[in-house]
Design a protein around this ligand. Structure first.
Ligand code: IMP
Ligand code: MG
Length: 184
C-alpha cells in the first residue's frame, strides 16, 4: 500500500498515510448500494439530492447503479472550512431548484462525522414536505451522538481518521483520488 502511495504522482509531497478503501472495494460496494436502493423504492418520484461538494464522485457512480427512474439535484452546505474538525456552524449555500414536496428524497452524503451537517439538512428538507426522506452516506465514522434520523444506506464504517479522496477533501485538495486514504 505504502509503495502505491509513494508512486502516485497525484500525491507529490503530500502527507497521505495509507489507503483505507481502494478503487475496487469502493466500486463493489457502490454497486451493492445501487441494488439496495433500487429495491427499496418500488414506486413514486425519486429525487437523489447530493450534498456538495464531497458527494460528487460517489453520487455520479451511485446513480448509474440505480435501476429505476430518478432525478438528481444538489445542496451545498458549509461547515468545516479548512479545519479538520467540525465547527458545527452549518449554512445552506445553494438550495435545490427542484420541488421536493411529494417526492421520495434520498440525501447523499460523503461522510458522517459529528452528524451536525446531516441533522441540519434533514430539518431543512423536512420543512418542504417530501413523501419520504432517507440518507445514503458512503462513509460513517459512527461517532455521531443523538442523530434524529438514522442513515439507512451506509457504504462503509470509516476509521476514526481524517479521510481524503473519492470526493473528500482537505482544504479542497485530494478530491480527485480514485481511492480513499487517511492523512498523517
Ligand atoms: P459532520 O457535520 O461533522 O458530520 O461533518 C460532515 C462533513 O464534514 C462531511 O460532509 C465532510 O465534508 C466533512 N468531513 C467530515 N469528516 C471528514 C473526513 O474525515 N475527511 C474529509 N471531510 C470530512
Ligand atoms: Mg469537506
Amino acid at each position: 500500500m505504502k509503495d502505491a502511495l509513494v508512486a502516485d504522482p497525484r500525491l507529490l509531497g503530500r502527507p497521505v498515510r495509507r489507503i483505507a478503501f481502494d478503487e475496487g472495494e469502493i466500486a463493489e460496494r457502490v454497486e451493492q448500494l445501487g441494488a439496495e436502493i433500487s429495491a427499496a423504492y418500488p414506486d413514486g418520484d425519486l429525487l437523489v439530492l447530493g450534498l456538495l461538494k464531497g458527494s460528487f464522485i460517489f453520487l455520479s457512480d451511485l446513480v448509474r447503479k440505480i435501476t429505476r427512474p430518478l432525478q438528481v439535484d444538489f445542496l451545498v452546505a458549509s461547515s468545516y472550512g479548512d479545519a479538520m474538525v467540525s465547527s458545527g456552524n452549518v449554512r445552506l449555500l445553494y438550495d435545490p431548484e427542484t420541488e421536493l414536496a411529494g417526492k421520495h428524497i434520498l440525501l447523499v452524503e460523503d461522510i458522517v462525522d459529528s452528524g451536525r451537517t446531516l441533522g441540519r439538512m434533514v430539518e431543512i428538507i423536512r420543512e418542504r414536505h417530501p413523501k419520504s426522506l432517507e440518507i445514503c452516506a458512503l462513509l460513517h465514522k459512527r461517532i455521531a451522538e443523538g442523530m434524529k434520523h438514522e442513515v439507512k444506506f451506509v457504504g462503509f464504517d470509516a476509521p476514526k481518521e481524517f479521510l481524503v479522496g473519492y470526493g473528500l477533501d482537505h482544504a479542497e485538495d485530494f478530491r480527485h483520488l480514485p481511492y480513499i486514504a487517511s492523512l498523517e
